[in-house]
Design a protein around this ligand. Structure first.
Ligand SMILES: Cc1cc2nc3c(=O)[nH]c(=O)nc-3n(C[C@H](O)[C@H](O)[C@H](O)COP(=O)(O)OP(=O)(O)OC[C@H]3O[C@@H](n4cnc5c(N)ncnc54)[C@H](O)[C@@H]3O)c2cc1C
Ligand SMILES: NC(=O)c1ccc[n+]([C@@H]2O[C@H](COP(=O)([O-])OP(=O)(O)OC[C@H]3O[C@@H](n4cnc5c(N)ncnc54)[C@H](OP(=O)(O)O)[C@@H]3O)[C@@H](O)[C@H]2O)c1
Length: 259
């Protein structure tokens, strides 16, 4: 494998930890030699899932603990470094943290504008903060959340809070896509397509469209669904659709925080 082929390298590396590579390639190193080539541990980023207007002295996170077994071999049980540290040990051990502001990803400054949020999985995190923020500011703009996970029974993050936001009239629309509760997979973009006409109407009313979560698959598919909705309900050709999407971007109404 050549070093330039980043995609292939990343695919090969996905799921392999250092110990797997040392074993597979039968690398023989002394402890000192090994330590000398290791990089400092890298920071991990997590979206802030709360609003400082409602929790002035707290920062809430939504962390999915990375735990998996390589090749279904129970001896090859692997844990993500940071997510399982937070899940299993952060109650007892201090954890250095820093804040990296994301100036481009936020609620609309004008409180009366509608907001569409697409956040499957841990992508829901910032949108819990957005809803808290808009509630605290008393914004009158409508809010619509698309959330998806594997199973409603176990993975409906913030279920009670989201339902309360609905009761309080803060969350006007909640569209759910539990991918593995039926034989056919259902994803957030399928729910978007079912409600394409209304999404188009919200966009025409000036809605901001925000996406957070998986970059490799979800964000691309959601982008395609949005383009298709704009084209179909705007009655546009390809060039007009591209223009509309460009304008959404330029007006900072199509915001993405994907990873
Ligand atoms: C801007 C940004 C925002 C983020 N926000 C959040 C957030 O709000 N919540 C959140 O939970 N995460 C978020 N992340 C991801 C987070 O930063 C970490 O990457 C994640 O928690 C994993 O870190 P870790 O140290 O636990 O795992 P690591 O020790 O870094 O291990 C991850 C590696 O484990 C392997 N792996 C993971 N899952 C599997 C699997 N199922 N099968 C096989 N191999 C696997 C892959 O090799 C992967 O690269 C965000 C990332 C970015 C860049
Ligand atoms: N590279 C990988 O293979 C891989 C795999 C898992 C997670 N991750 C990473 O893990 C991090 C966090 O993941 P997460 O726990 O928040 O959840 P996630 O893995 O993003 O899954 C959340 C939900 O999204 C669904 N989903 C899968 N593919 C989708 C698509 N193309 N479009 C829309 N929805 C889709 C999942 O369904 P199904 O699971 O039923 O398909 C699940 O219901 C992200 O950084 C993600 O990139 C990467």
């Amino acid at each position: 494998m050549v070093a330039e082929d980043k995609t292939e390298l990343n695919q090969w590396l996905y799921g392999r930890q250092l110990v797997d590579i040392l074993q597979e390639l039968s690398v023989k190193l002394s402890l000192d030699e090994l330590v000398a080539v290791l990089k400092r541990i890298q920071p991990r980023l997590y979206s802030i899932a709360s609003s400082s207007k409602q929790f002035a002295k707290e920062v809430h996170l939504t962390v999915s603990a990375v735990r998996y077994t390589r090749f279904r071999d129970s001896k090859k049980y692997r844990k993500g470094v940071c997510s399982t540290f937070i899940a299993d040990r952060s109650d007892h051990e201090p954890m250095p943290i820093f804040i990296q502001p994301n100036k481009h990803f936020h609620v609309p400054e004008k409180g009366d504008l509608p907001l569409i949020m697409v956040g499957p999985g841990t992508g829901v995190a910032p949108f819990r903060g957005f809803l808290q923020e808009r509630q605290a500011r008393g914004d009158q703009g409508k809010n619509w959340l698309f959330f998806g996970e594997q199973h409603a029974a176990t993975d409906f993050y913030y279920q009670e809070e989201l339902l309360q936001f609905q009761k309080d009239g803060v969350l006007n629309e909640l569209s759910l896509a539990f991918s593995r509760d039926q034989t056919q997979k259902i994803y957030v973009q399928d729910r978007m397509r079912e409600r394409g006409q209304e999404i188009w109407q919200w966009l025409e009313e000036g809605a901001h469209f925000c996406v957070c979560g998986d970059a490799t698959r979800m964000a691309k598919d959601v982008d395609q669904a949005l383009r298709d909705i704009v084209q179909q309900y705007g009655k546009f050709d390809e060039a007009e659709t591209a223009n509309y999407m460009r304008k959404l971007n330029m007006d900072k109404r199509y915001l993405r925080d994907v990873y």
